[in-house]
Design a protein around this ligand. Structure first.
Ligand SMILES: *Cc1c(COP(=O)(O)O)cnc(C)c1O
Length: 336
């Protein structure tokens, strides 16, 4: 099975398993796990924030961020196809009691400064007001689009001028940085908090990190505990996470493979694929997506339906060039 369903399917390599085994650990709820502390400091440094917090999943990172930034009843401005809005079980309502004000980004998921200006609601006697702007980069549902730092700055700037904090869902922020040939720190320069996943393209078995100011992280730590995310000897997870951070250099190879996969798929009759910006390839299919996914699975390729006639394929470090060739032949057989 060539599993292209997601970049979360990667299995930890020997070095990560060894790092987990040998990790120096302590009780992280007491702040005593040296490996977790090292990972949090390291990610804060890489992203250009004061401090950071290890969380079990990207979803928890986003939810803790929303809870920490907002007060109940406030509005969160977010992109209509964003993960926080679409794929987290309505968590912002459940955990934070905020109402959402979804905005339609452009076809790459970019929210403009003008849209933030229009969406903003000041607090008064009748309205709770805007409490958060949430951005996403790369934008998953729009096909892994890598949004330029200037576009992030522009939207964030409008929010911050109005004292509205900005959270960046950077589950694949390092993919964006690699694609744009810039740093994650640069992309996150004008936001107040950023979440990155270690368990996607970087290959760690578990873990995401939420970064922000000292004051933000101190409060976020309480919300993590509230949501049940306080872990004990979590250095076992942080150690492979530290190794995963070193895999940032490898993301460009995933992007190259995604381009090759996309070009090959686009040559197959009944499949149309735009050039991917990162490691996510979204194919428009003539046949219903569910049928294509089933047929691909029978031919030994894993992919997911991403709409009625859209199928998503992800490249990641457990697939090599030969796998891409084999996957292309398999998809061709599947749709013929
Ligand atoms: C995967 C993903 C998340 C959530 O991460 P989990 O670890 O699966 O909870 C959040 N945002 C985006 C954009 C994602 O792609």
């Amino acid at each position: 099975m060539i599993d292209l369903r997601s970049d979360t399917v990667t299995k930890p390599d020997e070095a990560m398993r060894e790092a987990a085994r040998d990790a120096d650990v302590g009780d992280d709820v007491y702040g005593e796990d040296p490996t977790v502390n090292e990972l949090e400091t390291r990610v804060a440094d890489v992203l250009g924030f004061d401090d950071a917090l290890l969380v079990p999943s990207g979803t928890m990172g986003n939810q803790v961020a929303v809870r920490t930034h907002t007060e109940r009843g406030q509005e969160a401005v977010l992109e209509r196809e964003s993960h926080v809005y679409k794929w987290e079980l309505g968590g912002v309502a459940q955990h934070s009691g905020v109402q959402t004000r979804p905005v339609d980004g452009d076809d790459r998921g970019v929210i403009s400064a003008e849209q933030v200006r229009e969406a903003y609601v000041p607090a008064d006697g009748h309205r709770a007001g805007t409490g958060l702007l949430a951005l996403e980069n790369t934008h998953n549902s729009k096909g892994g689009t890598a949004i330029a730092p200037e576009a992030v700055d522009a939207a964030a700037g409008v929010a911050r001028e109005r004292d509205v904090p900005v959270h960046l869902d950077g589950a694949r922020l390092f993919n964006a940085a690699a694609a744009l040939d810039t740093s994650a720190e640069r992309i996150a320069r004008e936001v107040d908090s950023a979440m990155v996943c270690l368990s996607k393209g970087l290959g760690a078995p578990v873990g995401s990190v939420l970064a922000g100011s000292d004051e933000f992280v101190e409060r976020a730590r309480r919300h993590r505990k509230l949501m049940g995310g306080g872990m004990r000897q979590a250095g076992i997870l942080a150690a492979p996470g530290l190794r995963a951070l070193e895999n940032r250099d490898r993301l460009a190879a995933d992007h190259e493979r995604a381009r090759r996969l996309a070009a090959g798929l686009d040559d197959i009759p009944g499949v149309a694929v735009p050039e991917p910006e990162t490691n996510i390839v979204v194919a428009e299919t003539a046949d219903p997506a569910d049928e294509v996914v089933d047929a691909c699975e029978r031919e030994g390729v894993g992919c997911v339906a991403f709409g009625d006639y859209r199928v998503r394929f992800c490249t990641h470090w457990d697939v090599d060039d030969e796998d891409i060739d084999a996957a292309l032949s398999a998809v061709e057989r599947a749709v013929e």
